[in-house]
Design a protein around this ligand. Structure first.
Ligand code: FMN
Ligand code: COI
Length: 314
């Protein structure tokens, strides 16, 4: 896959004799603390992977002391996710609807449930053409599951469809900002000009993401796009990155090239499908151990000290 091979084309260049003993891996993002710079990216339909679904993921995230970005298309309601994992740092991912009426209702609901950030996914003016889904006949959820956050309380709890609209513009983001005090992360940025517009429109952070390659075919790997975006943003807002993070060394490369933290999508689903909460705990624990080990071998005591000097093409 392009994004994982892009990671392999980069190497880490260690420094020596630096007494890097006491490791610092924690950070605070938009007021939420994470014990490691690895967040859980929003992925839909966790109950397809395990009956406990997003509840299990959230418990593992709480134990790992990181941040879970709950998908708007979750199969457990946000209130139930929060109740299942007290103490979990939850952010909520949104697809904006052009008239923002349902969006406003949902934003109030997720704020009341305790979510501390909104992640607006901007890379989906339409659904990508997912040929595997077509081949496998995956076009709907089984009858016992639905997108629980899409129940429309104003209309008898009818479950709305996910609306992906090409009508959306920067003005919609401005209107969302007027609706809520919650910090907004813009997800799906791949162009430095859009990163600059996002800052002008008041986002609190930017997520460099190509949706794990599920939207437009041939979008370059995010790790290759990051340096140019980091240069344009110049530290004005934190950058997050997702796509192809599979190892602790991948995390270090992204941080060295300008990300404050990364997020993982598929690895969480693999852990969840294999063994529910324990599986996600294993995935997060492995990555944490690998980040610490890679920092030690790099002679770098703190994630905050990483810079492009640590990375070389190989
Ligand atoms: C099965 C699946 C479902 C996803 N669902 C969503 C979603 O509901 N909202 C969203 O913004 N991104 C969604 N994504 C994209 C992820 O947030 C993330 O950008 C991507 O998975 C990162 O790449 P990785 O899987 O290589 O870590 C989904 C990805 C996958 C694989
Ligand atoms: C319901 C989908 C639009 C969720 C999504 O973003 C995805 O499957 O990538």
């Amino acid at each position: 896959m392009a994004f994982t091979s892009a990671m392999c084309r980069l190497g880490l260049r260690p420094r020596v004799l630096r007494g890097a003993v006491k490791l610092q891996t924690s950070l605070t993002l938009l007021g939420s603390r994470a014990a490691m710079p690895v967040l859980v990216a929003p992925t839909a339909f966790h109950r397809l992977a395990h009956p406990e679904g997003e509840r299990a993921t959230a418990r593992a995230v709480a134990a790992a002391e990181t941040i879970m970005i709950v998908s708007m298309a979750a199969t457990v309601a946000i209130e139930d996710v929060a109740a299942a994992a007290p103490g979990a740092e939850l952010w909520f991912q949104l697809y904006l609807e052009p008239d923002l009426v349902f969006t406003e209702q949902l934003v109030r609901r997720v704020a009341a449930a305790g979510c501390r950030g909104l992640v607006v996914t901007a890379d989906s003016p339409a659904l990508g053409r997912r040929e595997r889904d077509l081949r496998n006949g995956f076009d709907d959820l089984p009858e016992h599951l639905c997108c629980e956050n899409l129940r429309d309380r104003a209309h008898g709890d009818r479950v709305r469809p996910v609306v992906l609209s090409p009508e959306l513009m920067w003005e919609h983001l401005d209107r969302l900002r007027e609706l809520t005090e919650l910090p907004i992360v813009l997800k799906g940025v791949t162009h430095p000009a859009d990163a600059l517009l996002a800052i002008e429109h008041g986002v609190a952070a930017i997520m460099v993401s190509n949706h794990g390659g599920r939207q437009l075919d041939t979008v370059p790997a995010t790790i290759d796009l990051l340096p140019e975006i980091a240069a344009a943003v110049g530290g004005r807002v934190p950058l997050l990155l997702d796509g192809g993070i599979r190892r602790g060394t991948d995390v270090l490369k992204a941080l060295a090239l300008g990300a404050a933290a990364v997020a993982i999508g598929r690895p969480v689903l693999w852990g969840l499908a294999a063994d529910g909460e324990r599986g996600v705990t294993s995935v997060l624990g492995l990555l944490r151990a690998e980040v610490e080990h890679a920092l030690t071998l790099c002679g770098c005591a703190s994630i905050h000290d990483l810079d492009p000097e640590w990375v070389r093409p190989c």
